[in-house]
Design a binder for this molecule. Structure first.
Ligand SMILES: Nc1ncnc2c1ncn2[C@@H]1O[C@H](COP(=O)(O)OP(=O)(O)O)[C@@H](O)[C@H]1O
Ligand SMILES: [Mg+2]
Length: 260
């Protein structure tokens, strides 16, 4: 775990309500959370507990009904160059090549083509896609598309990467591989990562810190620090012990809730 005092993300008393035809839905209630520089934080909770809502609010795509969200000491009022987002669905433009997709953020920042290409190739190499720069998304497997999405998120050199179930649509084997690769990218780039998942196994494999949310309305139930050395062995007794304890916590939370 990285021992650093700088707090990149601070969520204070964040509540989010949605008005729907069926009335008001309280998606999140009084969420408090801190993410320190270089930390790998997993947001873990059952489907519908507000993970995506929190992810979107931290990313500046939505605002809390009350409470505040700060990035680097400033209240979030829209997307910021300090952070990028990766979503579950492959959000690549089908008419652009892999390199053109990855270079999008640089293009929007008016970075000249030559410089852009150098940066793009560096990121493609990092995610193992340097031989696919000229391919189109339809020519790639699901795992490769998500690697391209990660490269695109990294190319503008953000401090924080926000990932919402990025490997959720992949088969188990590819998913494990992507988790290993993401950890080595994280270790190499020293990024701060907030990773949303509903998989206990994924959270225990990846995180320094797991923030467990309750079923709706989502609020922080428990913060669980994991200091198992990496790479973590999913078959080890220690891993199984942590997984069991978290599964037990989540089952208890779900048992007491009729919203899921
Ligand atoms: N734009 C919206 N309008 C109305 N309800 C919403 C909206 N976005 C999310 N919700 C509701 O908020 C709750 C939390 O959703 P979400 O953040 O997507 O959960 P999760 O990502 O944990 O599955 C759900 O009950 C969902 O239906
Ligand atoms: Mg979600």
């Amino acid at each position: 775990m990285t021992d650093c005092d700088k707090i990149w993300v601070r969520v204070e008393h964040a509540t989010k309500k949605f008005s729907t035809r069926k009335g008001e839905i309280v998606a999140l209630e009084d969420v408090n959370l801190e993410i320190h520089e270089g930390q790998f934080v997993c947001l873990l909770g059952p489907s519908g507990c507000g993970k995506t809502t929190l992810h979107r609010m931290i990313g500046g795509l939505d605002i809390p009904t009350s409470g505040t969200i700060m990035i680097d000491g400033k209240v979030v009022d829209g997307p910021s160059p300090k952070m990028t987002m990766v979503f579950q669905e492959y959000s690549l433009y089908p008419w652009r090549t892999v390199a053109e997709n990855v270079g999008l953020g640089l293009e929007m920042n008016d970075i000249p083509a030559k410089e852009r290409l150098t940066e793009v190739m560096r990121e493609l190499k990092l995610v193992g896609l340097d031989n696919f720069a000229d391919s189109y998304p339809y020519e790639l497997s699901g795992g490769m598309r998500q690697r391209a999405a990660v490269a695109r998120a990294l190319v503008t050199d953000p401090a924080i990467m926000l990932m919402d179930e990025p490997f959720g649509a992949l088969d188990a084997q590819t998913r494990n591989k992507m988790q290993r690769e993401l950890l080595s990218i994280w270790q190499e780039t020293m990024k701060t990562i907030l990773f949303v998942t509903h998989s206990v196994d994924e959270a225990v494999y990846l995180a320094d810190k797991i923030v467990i949310l309750t079923p709706r309305p989502g609020t922080v139930h428990e913060i669980y620090e994991i200091d198992l050395p990496r790479p973590r062995d999913r078959t080890s007794v220690e891993f199984a012990h942590i997984r069991k304890s978290l599964l037990h916590t989540i089952e208890e939370l779900e048992a007491g809730n009729e919203n899921i």
